[in-house]
Ligand binder design. Sequence first.
Ligand SMILES: Cc1cc2nc3c(=O)[nH]c(=O)nc-3n(C[C@H](O)[C@H](O)[C@H](O)COP(=O)(O)OP(=O)(O)OC[C@H]3O[C@@H](n4cnc5c(N)ncnc54)[C@H](O)[C@@H]3O)c2cc1C
Length: 382
Amino acid sequence: MAGIDELFQLPAEIEDFRASARAFAERDVAPLVEEAERTGTFPLELFAKAGSAGLLGLQFEERWGGSDAGLLPDMIFREEVSRVCAGIAAGLGIQGQIGTAYLARFGSDEQKERWLRPAIAGEVITAWGLTEPDAGSDVRSIRTTVEADGSGVILRGRKTFITNGPIAGAIGVVAKQANGKFAVYMVEAGDEGYAVDRTLEKLGCRSSQVGELVFDNVRLDESRRLSPPDGSEIDEILDVLIRGRVLIAAASLGVASAAFDLGLAYAKERTAFGRPIGKFQEISMKFAEADARIAAARMLTYRAAVLCDTRDEVPVRECAHAKLVASETALWVVDQMMRVFGGAGFMQGSVIERLFRDVRYFQIVEGTTEIQHRILAKALGL
Ligand SMILES: Cc1cc2nc3c(=O)[nH]c(=O)nc-3n(C[C@H](O)[C@H](O)[C@H](O)COP(=O)(O)OP(=O)(O)OC[C@H]3O[C@@H](n4cnc5c(N)ncnc54)[C@H](O)[C@@H]3O)c2cc1C
């Protein structure tokens, strides 16, 4: 059928973009991964490098330094960097999505000049502070508050698990107002009363910097407020972030593909009982199944990205499909590849061992697997 190929192929310019994203990942990121993951530090110079390569503003308007190219290329960037290192991809990825999406949508020109332009250039690191010690999935029950005080507000509370928090210069913080509605305020490193309480040690994605942040009577004037004066419903705030689920799906694809490629090479080279282990049906079937599952997850992810770029309405259901299927696929694929490696996969320091730890990140962030189930069940009227 004429045209059917075009329907399921990425445009040529997107494939060209993939080549440059992959070159960035292999040339600039790969040499830094081993040390960054071993020491649990983020190679900060990558922000400026990614910024000057135009990789941090793919979704944002040209007048702020972005390229207005959409979510699709941003998704490819996330997939390609995640193939090399999911932790570094998470840190860089915040900059182009949850750290800046709300600012890009609701910020004034002055606010975009102040935080979005330098974020796109990689000069200021951003973070998004929503989760609290007592409120993760249940975001409505956050306890961080803003209280009116003269011409500004006083911010009080604590945020946890915040990616880039310990290294961020500007953090979008979600807080509850006296009227019960929610508002986002920009807090800057150096604001009096704001502190990074601690950097958290994690199972995986160790190079990404995730921390607990404290806001102890931080005084903020109106220039820091991104939300309307009356505040917003929490769903209006979260709406802006739903597209970010596609990027977590893309990162899952990156990790699944990296594990698959490693496993395939090992299955061809490792011998047992006088033949490469890949010649045993029990092993080859894992690759056949993984190949099909990755292809299916990729199709859902790319479709969700295209819908995000072409529809005015946020494709909530399709974003949930992509996030749910890709993150669970990655978990399954990495688990299967661990088996292919036998004892070698269990040893510290191997790449498959890192992927096995990293892959657990994807079923948690941007709404857990259970929350994606709830979203889909609700869409089905259940
Ligand atoms: C590495 C990492 C980076 C992160 N980065 C950020 C960040 O940058 N900014 C930020 O704001 N947050 C961030 N988070 C927080 C993340 O969004 C939350 O961890 C996530 O939303 C889950 O919240 P929780 O951990 O409090 O788990 P909980 O909400 O306590 O959930 C615990 C378990 O209960 C299940 N559950 C909860 N409610 C329901 C329900 N209604 N129905 C069925 N099951 C349910 C969950 O699925 C989960 O299995 C990060 C987390 C991690 C691990």
